[in-house]
Design a protein around this ligand. Structure first.
Ligand code: NAD
Length: 294
Protein backbone atom coordinates (compact mmCIF):
# COMPACT_ATOMS: atom_id res chain seq x y z
CA UNK A 1 0.00 0.00 0.00
CA UNK A 2 1.37 3.38 -1.05
CA UNK A 3 0.96 6.45 1.14
CA UNK A 4 0.27 8.85 -1.69
CA UNK A 5 -2.70 10.42 0.15
CA UNK A 6 -0.31 11.41 2.99
CA UNK A 7 1.77 14.61 2.84
CA UNK A 8 0.35 15.29 -0.62
CA UNK A 9 0.58 18.43 -2.71
CA UNK A 10 -3.06 18.28 -3.71
CA UNK A 11 -5.55 20.17 -5.84
CA UNK A 12 -9.28 19.64 -5.25
CA UNK A 13 -11.94 21.17 -7.51
CA UNK A 14 -15.36 21.96 -6.06
CA UNK A 15 -13.64 22.12 -2.66
CA UNK A 16 -16.16 24.61 -1.24
CA UNK A 17 -18.87 22.09 -0.39
CA UNK A 18 -19.80 18.45 0.05
CA UNK A 19 -17.43 15.72 -1.06
CA UNK A 20 -14.78 18.18 -2.30
CA UNK A 21 -14.63 19.93 1.08
CA UNK A 22 -14.31 16.54 2.81
CA UNK A 23 -11.47 15.53 0.46
CA UNK A 24 -9.63 18.80 1.17
CA UNK A 25 -9.99 18.52 4.96
CA UNK A 26 -9.00 14.84 5.03
CA UNK A 27 -5.94 15.46 2.84
CA UNK A 28 -4.84 18.24 5.22
CA UNK A 29 -5.35 15.90 8.18
CA UNK A 30 -3.08 13.44 6.40
CA UNK A 31 -0.37 16.10 6.40
CA UNK A 32 -0.91 17.50 2.91
CA UNK A 33 -1.09 21.02 1.52
CA UNK A 34 -4.26 21.66 -0.45
CA UNK A 35 -5.23 24.11 -3.18
CA UNK A 36 -9.02 24.45 -2.90
CA UNK A 37 -10.61 25.47 -6.21
CA UNK A 38 -14.26 26.43 -6.57
CA UNK A 39 -16.43 28.62 -8.80
CA UNK A 40 -17.73 30.03 -5.49
CA UNK A 41 -14.47 31.29 -3.97
CA UNK A 42 -16.10 32.29 -0.65
CA UNK A 43 -17.05 28.67 -0.04
CA UNK A 44 -13.51 27.59 -0.92
CA UNK A 45 -12.18 30.16 1.57
CA UNK A 46 -14.40 28.66 4.29
CA UNK A 47 -12.83 25.27 3.61
CA UNK A 48 -9.36 26.86 3.87
CA UNK A 49 -10.29 28.40 7.24
CA UNK A 50 -11.41 24.98 8.53
CA UNK A 51 -8.07 23.52 7.46
CA UNK A 52 -6.07 26.40 8.97
CA UNK A 53 -7.93 25.94 12.27
CA UNK A 54 -6.42 22.45 12.31
CA UNK A 55 -3.00 24.09 11.87
CA UNK A 56 -2.55 22.92 8.27
CA UNK A 57 -1.80 24.73 5.02
CA UNK A 58 -4.35 25.45 2.28
CA UNK A 59 -5.20 28.10 -0.31
CA UNK A 60 -8.42 29.07 -2.07
CA UNK A 61 -8.71 29.92 -5.74
CA UNK A 62 -11.66 30.92 -7.90
CA UNK A 63 -11.90 28.54 -10.83
CA UNK A 64 -14.67 27.50 -13.19
CA UNK A 65 -13.73 23.97 -14.26
CA UNK A 66 -15.72 24.32 -17.49
CA UNK A 67 -13.27 27.00 -18.70
CA UNK A 68 -9.99 25.72 -20.09
CA UNK A 69 -8.20 29.02 -19.32
CA UNK A 70 -9.23 28.78 -15.64
CA UNK A 71 -7.96 25.20 -15.51
CA UNK A 72 -4.62 26.07 -17.11
CA UNK A 73 -4.28 28.92 -14.60
CA UNK A 74 -5.09 26.44 -11.80
CA UNK A 75 -2.22 24.28 -13.01
CA UNK A 76 0.17 27.27 -13.02
CA UNK A 77 -0.93 28.47 -9.55
CA UNK A 78 -0.57 24.98 -8.09
CA UNK A 79 2.99 24.62 -9.39
CA UNK A 80 3.87 28.06 -8.03
CA UNK A 81 2.37 27.50 -4.55
CA UNK A 82 3.79 23.99 -4.17
CA UNK A 83 7.10 25.06 -5.71
CA UNK A 84 6.88 22.00 -7.92
CA UNK A 85 4.42 19.61 -9.55
CA UNK A 86 1.29 18.36 -7.77
CA UNK A 87 1.25 14.83 -6.35
CA UNK A 88 -2.53 14.34 -6.15
CA UNK A 89 -5.29 15.76 -8.35
CA UNK A 90 -8.96 15.40 -7.44
CA UNK A 91 -11.42 16.28 -10.22
CA UNK A 92 -14.51 16.58 -8.05
CA UNK A 93 -16.55 19.65 -9.08
CA UNK A 94 -19.89 18.67 -10.56
CA UNK A 95 -23.50 19.79 -10.78
CA UNK A 96 -26.85 18.04 -10.61
CA UNK A 97 -29.29 18.16 -13.49
CA UNK A 98 -32.43 16.12 -14.07
CA UNK A 99 -36.17 15.76 -14.14
CA UNK A 100 -36.85 16.03 -17.87
CA UNK A 101 -36.72 13.42 -20.67
CA UNK A 102 -34.47 13.76 -23.72
CA UNK A 103 -36.27 16.06 -26.17
CA UNK A 104 -37.18 18.47 -23.41
CA UNK A 105 -33.75 19.16 -21.89
CA UNK A 106 -32.64 21.85 -24.31
CA UNK A 107 -29.17 22.61 -25.67
CA UNK A 108 -28.41 25.20 -23.01
CA UNK A 109 -28.78 22.69 -20.14
CA UNK A 110 -26.91 19.95 -22.05
CA UNK A 111 -23.95 22.28 -22.65
CA UNK A 112 -23.99 23.60 -19.07
CA UNK A 113 -23.99 20.10 -17.53
CA UNK A 114 -21.43 18.54 -19.90
CA UNK A 115 -19.24 21.66 -19.67
CA UNK A 116 -18.81 21.17 -15.92
CA UNK A 117 -19.27 17.44 -15.34
CA UNK A 118 -17.38 16.14 -18.39
CA UNK A 119 -15.16 18.90 -19.85
CA UNK A 120 -14.12 20.01 -16.35
CA UNK A 121 -12.61 16.56 -15.76
CA UNK A 122 -11.14 16.38 -19.26
CA UNK A 123 -9.33 19.71 -18.67
CA UNK A 124 -8.30 18.62 -15.16
CA UNK A 125 -6.76 15.45 -16.56
CA UNK A 126 -5.03 17.19 -19.51
CA UNK A 127 -3.54 19.90 -17.30
CA UNK A 128 -2.47 17.78 -14.33
CA UNK A 129 -1.34 14.44 -15.79
CA UNK A 130 1.88 16.03 -17.13
CA UNK A 131 2.58 17.38 -13.61
CA UNK A 132 1.88 13.98 -12.02
CA UNK A 133 4.22 12.33 -14.55
CA UNK A 134 6.88 14.94 -13.87
CA UNK A 135 6.46 14.23 -10.15
CA UNK A 136 7.07 10.57 -10.97
CA UNK A 137 4.36 9.24 -8.65
CA UNK A 138 0.98 10.26 -7.33
CA UNK A 139 -2.75 9.92 -7.75
CA UNK A 140 -5.60 11.09 -9.94
CA UNK A 141 -9.12 10.79 -8.52
CA UNK A 142 -12.13 11.55 -10.72
CA UNK A 143 -15.56 11.83 -9.12
CA UNK A 144 -18.14 10.16 -11.36
CA UNK A 145 -21.34 8.65 -9.95
CA UNK A 146 -23.42 5.48 -10.09
CA UNK A 147 -25.21 7.49 -12.80
CA UNK A 148 -22.17 6.65 -14.99
CA UNK A 149 -23.63 3.18 -15.57
CA UNK A 150 -27.16 3.23 -14.08
CA UNK A 151 -28.82 5.11 -16.98
CA UNK A 152 -31.66 6.25 -14.70
CA UNK A 153 -34.46 7.94 -16.68
CA UNK A 154 -34.87 11.73 -16.84
CA UNK A 155 -31.21 12.24 -16.00
CA UNK A 156 -29.61 11.96 -19.46
CA UNK A 157 -27.48 15.11 -19.27
CA UNK A 158 -26.04 13.96 -15.94
CA UNK A 159 -25.68 10.29 -16.97
CA UNK A 160 -23.85 11.06 -20.23
CA UNK A 161 -21.30 13.29 -18.49
CA UNK A 162 -20.62 10.76 -15.75
CA UNK A 163 -20.37 7.86 -18.26
CA UNK A 164 -17.72 9.96 -20.01
CA UNK A 165 -15.82 10.44 -16.74
CA UNK A 166 -15.89 6.68 -16.09
CA UNK A 167 -14.52 5.96 -19.57
CA UNK A 168 -11.93 8.74 -19.29
CA UNK A 169 -10.70 7.30 -15.98
CA UNK A 170 -10.57 3.70 -17.23
CA UNK A 171 -8.61 4.82 -20.29
CA UNK A 172 -6.10 6.84 -18.26
CA UNK A 173 -5.69 3.86 -15.91
CA UNK A 174 -4.73 1.68 -18.90
CA UNK A 175 -2.32 4.36 -20.13
CA UNK A 176 -0.66 4.57 -16.69
CA UNK A 177 -0.66 0.84 -16.05
CA UNK A 178 2.55 -0.24 -14.37
CA UNK A 179 3.47 3.31 -13.39
CA UNK A 180 3.43 4.65 -9.81
CA UNK A 181 0.50 6.97 -10.62
CA UNK A 182 -2.80 5.49 -9.46
CA UNK A 183 -6.13 6.41 -11.04
CA UNK A 184 -9.36 6.05 -9.07
CA UNK A 185 -12.93 6.74 -10.21
CA UNK A 186 -15.52 7.28 -7.49
CA UNK A 187 -19.08 6.10 -8.28
CA UNK A 188 -21.36 6.74 -5.29
CA UNK A 189 -25.15 6.68 -5.10
CA UNK A 190 -26.31 9.25 -2.53
CA UNK A 191 -23.99 11.36 -0.41
CA UNK A 192 -25.31 14.08 1.91
CA UNK A 193 -24.31 17.30 0.11
CA UNK A 194 -25.84 20.32 -1.66
CA UNK A 195 -25.86 18.68 -5.10
CA UNK A 196 -29.62 18.02 -5.23
CA UNK A 197 -30.60 21.60 -4.37
CA UNK A 198 -27.93 23.72 -6.08
CA UNK A 199 -28.17 22.38 -9.64
CA UNK A 200 -30.78 22.45 -12.37
CA UNK A 201 -33.08 19.71 -11.15
CA UNK A 202 -36.88 20.00 -11.46
CA UNK A 203 -38.72 20.55 -8.18
CA UNK A 204 -40.13 17.00 -8.13
CA UNK A 205 -36.71 15.51 -8.97
CA UNK A 206 -34.94 17.62 -6.37
CA UNK A 207 -37.47 16.63 -3.69
CA UNK A 208 -37.05 12.94 -4.52
CA UNK A 209 -33.23 13.18 -4.62
CA UNK A 210 -33.10 15.14 -1.33
CA UNK A 211 -35.36 12.60 0.38
CA UNK A 212 -33.28 9.63 -0.85
CA UNK A 213 -30.12 11.48 0.16
CA UNK A 214 -31.47 12.15 3.64
CA UNK A 215 -32.52 8.52 4.13
CA UNK A 216 -29.76 6.57 2.43
CA UNK A 217 -26.90 9.02 1.90
CA UNK A 218 -23.40 8.43 3.23
CA UNK A 219 -21.60 11.25 5.00
CA UNK A 220 -19.12 12.91 2.59
CA UNK A 221 -16.24 12.53 5.12
CA UNK A 222 -16.63 8.77 4.98
CA UNK A 223 -16.69 8.77 1.17
CA UNK A 224 -13.55 10.95 1.03
CA UNK A 225 -11.64 8.73 3.48
CA UNK A 226 -12.43 5.46 1.77
CA UNK A 227 -11.67 6.90 -1.68
CA UNK A 228 -8.24 8.15 -0.57
CA UNK A 229 -7.53 4.75 1.02
CA UNK A 230 -8.59 3.03 -2.23
CA UNK A 231 -6.25 5.26 -4.27
CA UNK A 232 -3.42 4.39 -1.85
CA UNK A 233 -4.14 0.72 -2.62
CA UNK A 234 -4.11 1.41 -6.35
CA UNK A 235 -7.81 0.60 -6.81
CA UNK A 236 -9.50 1.91 -9.95
CA UNK A 237 -13.17 1.58 -8.99
CA UNK A 238 -14.74 2.87 -5.78
CA UNK A 239 -18.42 1.99 -5.36
CA UNK A 240 -18.87 2.90 -1.71
CA UNK A 241 -22.45 1.72 -1.31
CA UNK A 242 -24.21 -1.63 -1.63
CA UNK A 243 -26.92 -0.26 -3.94
CA UNK A 244 -24.21 0.99 -6.33
CA UNK A 245 -22.67 -2.51 -6.39
CA UNK A 246 -26.11 -4.10 -6.91
CA UNK A 247 -26.83 -1.84 -9.90
CA UNK A 248 -23.37 -2.58 -11.37
CA UNK A 249 -23.92 -6.36 -11.09
CA UNK A 250 -27.56 -6.33 -12.21
CA UNK A 251 -26.75 -4.30 -15.33
CA UNK A 252 -24.09 -6.83 -16.34
CA UNK A 253 -25.78 -10.07 -15.33
CA UNK A 254 -29.36 -9.25 -16.39
CA UNK A 255 -29.30 -6.26 -18.74
CA UNK A 256 -32.79 -6.82 -20.17
CA UNK A 257 -34.42 -7.11 -16.75
CA UNK A 258 -32.48 -4.02 -15.70
CA UNK A 259 -33.84 -2.08 -18.71
CA UNK A 260 -37.39 -3.14 -17.83
CA UNK A 261 -36.85 -1.86 -14.29
CA UNK A 262 -35.54 1.48 -15.59
CA UNK A 263 -38.67 1.83 -17.73
CA UNK A 264 -40.86 1.12 -14.73
CA UNK A 265 -39.02 3.79 -12.76
CA UNK A 266 -39.68 6.27 -15.57
CA UNK A 267 -43.42 5.59 -15.42
CA UNK A 268 -43.32 6.13 -11.66
CA UNK A 269 -41.46 9.43 -12.16
CA UNK A 270 -44.03 10.54 -14.76
CA UNK A 271 -46.63 10.17 -12.02
CA UNK A 272 -44.80 12.87 -10.02
CA UNK A 273 -45.73 16.40 -11.17
CA UNK A 274 -43.81 19.64 -11.57
CA UNK A 275 -41.16 20.52 -14.12
CA UNK A 276 -39.73 23.77 -12.78
CA UNK A 277 -36.29 23.53 -11.21
CA UNK A 278 -35.99 23.55 -7.43
CA UNK A 279 -34.40 27.02 -7.47
CA UNK A 280 -37.16 28.39 -9.73
CA UNK A 281 -39.95 26.99 -7.61
CA UNK A 282 -38.37 28.64 -4.57
CA UNK A 283 -38.09 31.99 -6.33
CA UNK A 284 -41.42 32.13 -8.17
CA UNK A 285 -43.59 29.42 -6.71
CA UNK A 286 -44.28 29.38 -10.41
CA UNK A 287 -45.54 27.39 -13.27
CA UNK A 288 -43.06 27.57 -16.13
CA UNK A 289 -39.34 26.91 -16.20
CA UNK A 290 -37.08 29.51 -17.81
CA UNK A 291 -34.78 26.83 -19.13
CA UNK A 292 -37.53 24.66 -20.62
CA UNK A 293 -37.47 24.74 -24.42
CA UNK A 294 -40.31 26.85 -25.84
N1 NAD B 1 -23.97 14.01 -3.46
C1 NAD B 1 -24.26 12.92 -4.16
O1 NAD B 1 -25.23 12.23 -3.86
C2 NAD B 1 -23.38 12.55 -5.33
C3 NAD B 1 -23.55 11.27 -5.88
C4 NAD B 1 -22.74 10.90 -6.94
C5 NAD B 1 -21.79 11.77 -7.43
N2 NAD B 1 -21.65 13.02 -6.89
C6 NAD B 1 -20.64 13.91 -7.47
O2 NAD B 1 -19.82 14.40 -6.44
C7 NAD B 1 -19.17 15.60 -6.89
C8 NAD B 1 -19.24 16.63 -5.78
O3 NAD B 1 -20.59 17.01 -5.58
P1 NAD B 1 -21.24 17.22 -4.14
O4 NAD B 1 -22.28 16.18 -4.00
O5 NAD B 1 -20.21 17.36 -3.12
O6 NAD B 1 -22.03 18.59 -4.45
P2 NAD B 1 -22.00 20.04 -3.78
O7 NAD B 1 -23.02 20.80 -4.57
O8 NAD B 1 -22.18 19.96 -2.31
O9 NAD B 1 -20.54 20.59 -4.11
C9 NAD B 1 -20.11 20.89 -5.41
C10 NAD B 1 -19.12 22.04 -5.38
O10 NAD B 1 -18.69 22.27 -6.73
C11 NAD B 1 -18.70 23.65 -6.99
N3 NAD B 1 -18.88 23.91 -8.43
C12 NAD B 1 -20.02 23.89 -9.15
N4 NAD B 1 -19.78 24.22 -10.41
C13 NAD B 1 -18.46 24.47 -10.51
C14 NAD B 1 -17.61 24.88 -11.57
N5 NAD B 1 -18.09 25.12 -12.80
N6 NAD B 1 -16.29 25.04 -11.31
C15 NAD B 1 -15.80 24.83 -10.08
N7 NAD B 1 -16.55 24.47 -9.04
C16 NAD B 1 -17.88 24.27 -9.24
C17 NAD B 1 -19.84 24.20 -6.16
O11 NAD B 1 -19.71 25.61 -5.93
C18 NAD B 1 -19.73 23.36 -4.89
O12 NAD B 1 -18.89 23.98 -3.94
C19 NAD B 1 -19.90 16.00 -8.18
O13 NAD B 1 -19.10 15.66 -9.29
C20 NAD B 1 -21.17 15.17 -8.13
O14 NAD B 1 -21.68 14.93 -9.42
C21 NAD B 1 -22.42 13.42 -5.84
Amino acid sequence: VSKRSYNARAVVTGAGSGIGRSFAIELARRGGSVLCADIDVERAEETVQMIEQDGRQAWAIECDVSKSDDMRELGRRARELFEGPVSLMINNAGVGIGGRPVGEIGEDDWRWALGINLWGMVYGSEVFLPQLKENGAGGLINVASTAAFAAAPQMAAYNVGKAGVLSLSETIAAELSGSPIAVTVLCPTFVKTNVAVDGRITAAGSKLASELMRRTGFHPDRVARLTLDANDRGRLYVLPQLDAKAIWLMKRLAPRTYALGAGLLNRLLDGADGSETAAESEKTDGSQSVSAPS
